[in-house]
Ligand binder design. Structure first.
Ligand code: SF4
Length: 363
């Protein structure tokens, strides 16, 4: 649903710009110059594109907007997880989270981007689902989070050529696969050599389990990684925490994952939020190990982060460690995310909810 920024420059492909330039009687290669200003030099507006003529810049201004959502807040410290809150043109707020990518990435970072304002899927452990669905983000608003983070980094560091982001995870507010077209368009721009130039294997799409869209994604050309928000290893438990499971129960979801894996190879991982006395039992651990083994998949364990108004709790440290150790003993590739984000509201959707509570939302 392209509502606000149908003519945003950030949703244009190189090809569409080349066609537009040709219509204006401009050489097609000039479109590449413009893309360089946007995606290499992170220009702040058409007037900074000094190798484009003034008349061309005037035509561009008339046809396309060049406005990034302003930053409302940044929380977190250097070398730790940071959270950005952006204010969209219509006053809605969305979040992105910046996560240090580790020393092997040379100090670069992963950006977790949002794809919707709010979310319709109502997972019970999630802040985004609590205020309901507002709207899909446009492709430009998704690309804008990537550009906004890079622009912020340049302002902070003063470095002109230094890139901040090495990876993108589509795991912020919203169910990415229910905003399929805009997501695919945005990722194709972030992935393109003339655009964000991030390899498809550096881009991970997360889903709560929309089986038909997973099958559709399997047919797309780029080799994006897929992360399944599993959070329970049998229907009886998953039904309690993720309403989507009633529509696409585990057997349907896992069959779609198999189709994805057949098409893409080993590109699937499972996210598993550990919730006290719900999905942290030895039985769930065994079932999870069975699923992970079937897919040769990596499991990312995430201790539950407190969400305002949600009664769930994080399991005690010994239960978390025991769950982790048991998966390791079963030969599963597993990581345990350290609890870093709690104090900056890093559970998805929380910062937005709190700002809404403070009256930041304009409608
Ligand atoms: S976990 Fe994802 S799909 Fe579920 S409510 Fe939150 S944002 Fe929506």
């Amino acid at each position: 649903m392209e509502r606000l920024s149908v003519d945003s420059i950030f949703s244009q492909s190189l090809e569409s710009l080349q066609d537009q330039f040709a219509l204006w009687g401009e050489p097609r290669w000039r479109a590449g110059q413009l893309m360089e200003w946007i995606y290499r030099k992170f220009a702040g507006g058409f007037d900074e594109c000094s190798n484009l003529s003034k008349p061309l810049r005037a035509k561009l201004k008339e046809k396309y907007s060049f406005s990034l959502a302003p930053l409302v807040t940044v929380t977190g410290q250097e070398h730790e997880t940071r959270k950005f809150l952006w204010k969209l043109e219509d006053g809605n707020l969305v979040e992105s989270v910046l996560i240090p990518a580790g020393s092997e990435e040379g100090g670069r970072h992963t950006l977790c981007v949002s794809t919707q304002v709010g979310c319709a899927y109502g997972c019970r452990f999630c802040a985004s689902g609590r205020s309901g669905f507002v709207r899909d983000l446009t492709a430009a608003e998704i690309v804008g989070q990537f550009l906004g983070a890079e622009a912020w980094h340049r302002r902070q560091s003063g470095a002109k050529d230094d890139r901040l982001l090495s990876n993108i995870v589509v795991m912020g507010m919203g169910e990415p696969l229910s905003n399929y077209e805009n997501l695919m368009r945005a990722l194709s721009i972030i992935n393109a050599p003339w655009g964000g130039n991030l390899g498809a294997r550096k881009i991970t799409i997360s889903t709560s389990g929309l089986a038909p869209q997973i099958r559709r994604l399997a047919g797309e050309e780029p080799q994006y990684r897929l992360a399944i928000s599993l959070h329970a290893a049998e229907d009886a438990v998953r039904d309690q925490i993720m309403p989507v499971n009633r529509k696409y129960p585990l057997n349907e979801l896992l069959a779609a994952c198999e189709a994805y894996q057949r098409a893409k190879g080993r590109m699937i991982s499972f996210e598993y939020i550990l919730i006290d006395r719900l999905n942290d039992t030895p039985r769930q651990c065994d079932l999870l190990a069975g699923i992970a083994r079937r897919f040769h998949a990596h499991v990312n364990l995430i201790p539950f982060n407190k969400v305002d108004g949600c009664a769930f709790r994080c399991p005690p440290p010994d239960v978390i460690q025991g769950f982790f150790a048991h998966l390791q003993k079963r030969g599963i590739s597993v990581t345990l995310r350290q609890k870093k984000g709690g104090d900056i509201n890093a559970a998805c959707g929380q910062l937005r909810l709190r700002k809404m509570g403070e009256g930041e939302l304009s409608r």
